[in-house]
Design a protein around this ligand. Structure first.
Ligand code: 13P
Ligand code: SF4
Length: 365
């Protein structure tokens, strides 16, 4: 039971002392964050790890976060992920090998434009390395607009990966109109759909019923890779309107659809969402448009504010974050205390070096 598990965690931590630091992402469940030394957003937590002298950084979060911690921390610090199954589906929607394969086509289809790749922190280290080696950088949801501006000082267009909604919301913030969603394989699909239906299927996306639109990249300023967060994408404008009709103000994460972001009262990263609730007047009602566990934490941490999940209690649960079961946290801590190193996340040295370049460019913003 939970009490027995807590005693085991405490015993392992006692044995490890300050050789371990436990990081709990905002989206982790209560039974995890209660054992964390620091709770926060992914980048903030990586910085905390780097500031600590701990040999072991146990990151209760998803793979890309553990990789980022490995990039930022010293070489003698080891990053441990309690579950190796905890992989963000959105990060998996833009694998470096796919982006690399599509790059030449992109440059060709855009008429030889100077394109700067910008990747969201929610991506794997090899994609961050790809961005660095093609003159680009990383951003978080708090500095995406600055990253776009950095890119426009150096090129004609931005390729934003993997999150099309954050990309579109950032372009909207900057009043950029020429935004296209781009699927490098849409041409192949159009062609085969055309062939199946007996039509030509050549370009323009008009080949058959299933043929997608092929956008004109010639005028594009922002090109969006076709990735999205399956948790945030499920919020809809009618959820926002229903909460507002019920007297709540709505704060939404910029991974939500642009229509949801436009209807919300406040928009920002998970840290910003925490700040909004922390600074709310007692008695105010806030509906939280992000992963449900953060809404539940905020309701516990700020009982004077009426905090509720936007869209009920059950549906916006990140199944990648959920892979970090409290039993796995117990297991990795007990293994470390016994002198073994389970579930180490280590980025290959050459990728680490390049990803660090992309990260440094972000830090200079
Ligand atoms: P943060 O960058 O705020 O930690 O968010 C991570 C995330 O997974 C958002 O869906
Ligand atoms: Fe990935 Fe979305 Fe889960 Fe964040 S909430 S880890 S972006 S799937």
């Amino acid at each position: 039971d939970e009490a027995a598990r807590s005693r085991r965690i405490a015993a392992a931590r006692e044995e490890l002392g300050d050789r371990v630091v436990v990081l709990g992402h905002n989206y982790q469940r209560r039974e995890i964050v209660e054992h964390a030394d620091f709770i926060g957003d992914s980048y903030e937590l990586s910085k905390r790890a780097a500031e600590s002298d701990a040999d072991y950084v146990v990151f209760a979060g998803v793979t890309f976060m553990a990789e980022s911690a490995d990039i930022i921390t010293d070489d003698d610090q080891t990053v441990i992920l309690p579950s190796m199954e905890a992989s963000c589906p959105m990060a998996g929607m833009a694998e470096a090998v796919q982006v690399d394969a599509a790059w030449e086509t992109l440059v060709e289809e855009s008429g030889g434009k100077d394109i700067v790749p910008v990747t969201y922190m929610n991506s794997y280290a090899d994609l961050k390395a790809f961005c660095a080696s093609h003159g680009g950088l990383i951003c978080t949801s708090s500095n995406a607009a600055d990253a776009f501006e950095w890119a426009f000082e150096r090129g004609d267009a931005v390729l934003f990966l993997p999150d099309k909604h954050l990309g579109r919301n950032t372009a909207d913030d900057l009043d950029i109109d020429e935004v296209v969603e781009w699927d490098p394989w849409a041409g192949d699909v159009a062609e085969s759909a055309g062939a199946e239906s007996g039509e030509g299927g050549e370009g323009g996306g008009g080949g058959g019923d299933a043929a997608p639109d092929i956008p004109d990249l010639g005028d594009a300023e922002v090109i969006l890779w076709d990735g999205y967060c399956q948790v945030h994408e499920r919020f809809r404008v009618d959820h926002v309107e229903a909460a507002q009709a019920d007297g709540a103000k709505v704060v939404a994460h910029p991974e939500c659809r642009p229509s949801v972001v436009a209807a919300a009262d406040e928009v920002g990263s998970t840290s910003h969402i925490c700040d909004v609730v922390a600074n709310a007047d007692p008695g105010e009602t806030w509906a939280i448009g992000t992963e449900v566990h953060l809404a539940r934490h905020l309701a516990r941490w700020h009982p004077e504010v009426d905090v509720r999940p936007l869209c009920g209690d059950a549906c916006m649960d990140c199944n990648a974050m959920r892979q970090v079961d409290p039993n796995y946290l117990t297991w990795v801590l007990e293994e470390l205390a016994a002198g073994r190193e389970p579930n180490v996340v280590e980025v290959a040295p050459e990728e680490k070096e390049l990803a660090a370049v992309a990260l440094d460019r972000m830090l200079e913003l």
